[in-house]
Write a protein that binds this ligand. Structure first.
Ligand code: SF4
Ligand code: SF4
Length: 425
């Protein structure tokens, strides 16, 4: 990575601690990613993004801010990026996937909070994440209890807008979400001084749908008998989608798909032919949480899809592009965003339908159900998912694990037994 000390100093980063973080990532990434054989050439772009993770994009955001643009940080796929982009601002997804941030996080949130929330808290209060420090405003949402309380803590440090998401999907909840989207639009206008018009929303919808289409195209390539890209690489692409420039990301991902489609034509895959095909369902995996994919794919499995927010939940539903008035946009956005089936909702049976559908679409052989410690909603849904999958004769294994690597060996042993069981089915 080039020298960004001046940039980081201007963002008030704790340089000493930040150096510790930057020191471990290249080796970690090298072990997990660069040892894969037969990677697509076009993955070089994503390697570059990771190698410059706290540099290139952060510099771009700093340059945008110098030009008067605003940067907004989000934490959940229910927050409509269309509004942010229409207000001429940049959106960055800020979920944090490393235990590096936990000690700082534990200073402000209870120890028995999920690793994702603890890491996000630590990244902000420890002054070690330049993305947090680049944001002019954060956007929270009332999904789970841990996040709701996190926003109160964040409010002591930085401007934050919280969107009130209902826990149900009745008619009044759709109307409520339309109202929340309108309030968010007004808050964005206040922040940026830019009027969000119906035309600007149509443009931002098209831009973000193009990004979703590129990701849909990428995931299509994973449906073939021997996918031309590993699950780890596909996960990385989706993770980067949350903070890269959307137009550039779309272009680079379409280039990757061109290569992958050629590989399919040539019958070129990255897995052993007999590798069990795995659908992962559960909690989103923020960078650098590549642990489960890595364990699965170094234990003989092939991850072919993720029913997660760093998987199909992020892009499977496009936003209808026919809106012509602001009221149309609010309704269309509310309808589209509430199609996502997060465990924070009750009831949430549509998530089970999604898992079964994806299992069939991706011709999976088994499901790995992933939860983080202290995430009550996803852990609680395992029972209903397991019962529903049993009726369909779909094998499933529950893996609860934090960001540490101490349990990697134990998980590997359990997964190997699971793969053997699937193989003998
Ligand atoms: S899992 Fe739920 S709360 Fe987390 S990002 Fe996804 S939709 Fe939001
Ligand atoms: S839904 Fe679960 S994993 Fe996500 S922030 Fe809440 S407790 Fe953490």
């Amino acid at each position: 990575m080039a020298d960004y000390k001046e940039l980081w100093t201007s963002l008030d980063i704790d340089l000493e601690k930040h150096d510790q973080l930057c020191a471990v990532l290249p080796e970690f990434y090298g072990e997990i990613y660069m040892q894969q054989e037969n990677r697509p050439e076009a993955m070089n772009y994503y390697n570059f993004v990771v190698s410059e993770i706290h540099g290139y994009r952060v510099q771009e955001l700093a340059d945008m801010r110098k030009d008067g643009k605003k940067v907004v940080g989000t934490f959940c796929v229910y927050v409509p990026d269309e509004i942010i982009v229409a207000a001429n601002a940049a959106s960055v997804g800020l979920c944090a996937g490393s235990e590096f941030w936990h000690p700082d996080g534990e200073k402000v949130v209870p120890r028995n909070t999920c690793p994702l929330v603890k890491a996000a808290a630590g990244a902000l209060v420890g002054n070690t994440c330049p993305y947090f420090k680049s944001c002019d405003m954060l956007v929270g949402e009332t999904t789970c209890d841990a996040k709701k309380k996190l926003w109160e803590t964040f409010a002591e440090y930085t401007p934050i807008h919280v969107m009130n998401l209902s826990s149900m999907k009745r008619e009044q909840d759709y109307i409520n979400w339309q109202g929340e989207i309108k309030l968010f639009k007004e808050r964005m206008e206040e922040l940026t001084g830019v009027e969000v018009t119906a035309e600007k929303l149509s443009e931002s919808t098209k831009l973000l749908n193009d990004k979703r289409r590129a990701l849909q195209r990428l995931y299509e390539t994973r449906k073939v008998a021997n996918p031309p890209i590993s699950g780890k690489d596909a996960l990385l692409v989706t993770q980067i989608a949350f903070y890269d420039d959307p137009a550039r990301f779309t272009q680079m991902t379409n280039q990757l798909c061109d290569e992958l489609e050629k590989r399919i034509e040539n019958g070129e895959g990255v897995f052993e032919k007999k590798a069990p095909r795995i659908l992962i369902t559960g909690i989103p995996m923020a960078i650098p949480n590549w642990k489960l994919h890595h364990i699965i794919e170094t234990s003989g499995g092939a991850v072919v899809a993720e029913e997660t927010c760093t998987g199909v939940k992020y892009f499977q539903n496009l936003v209808d592009e026919s809106a012509s008035t602001l009221e149309d946009h609010y309704k269309i956005l509310a309808d589209r965003y509430l199609k996502t089936n997060c465990a924070c909702f009750t009831p949430n049976t549509s998530r089970i339908d999604d898992i079964v559908r994806l299992y069939k679409e991706y011709a999976a052989d088994g499901v790995v159900y992933y939860t983080l410690p202290f995430c009550t909603t996803y852990a609680a849904e395992f029972k209903a998912v397991k019962e529903a999958l049993a009726k369909e004769n779909i094998p499933v294994i529950n893996i609860e694990s934090d960001y540490g690597l101490e349990d990697a060996g134990q998980i590997k042993t359990r997964l190997e037994a699971f793969f053997e069981m699937i193989g003998n089915k």
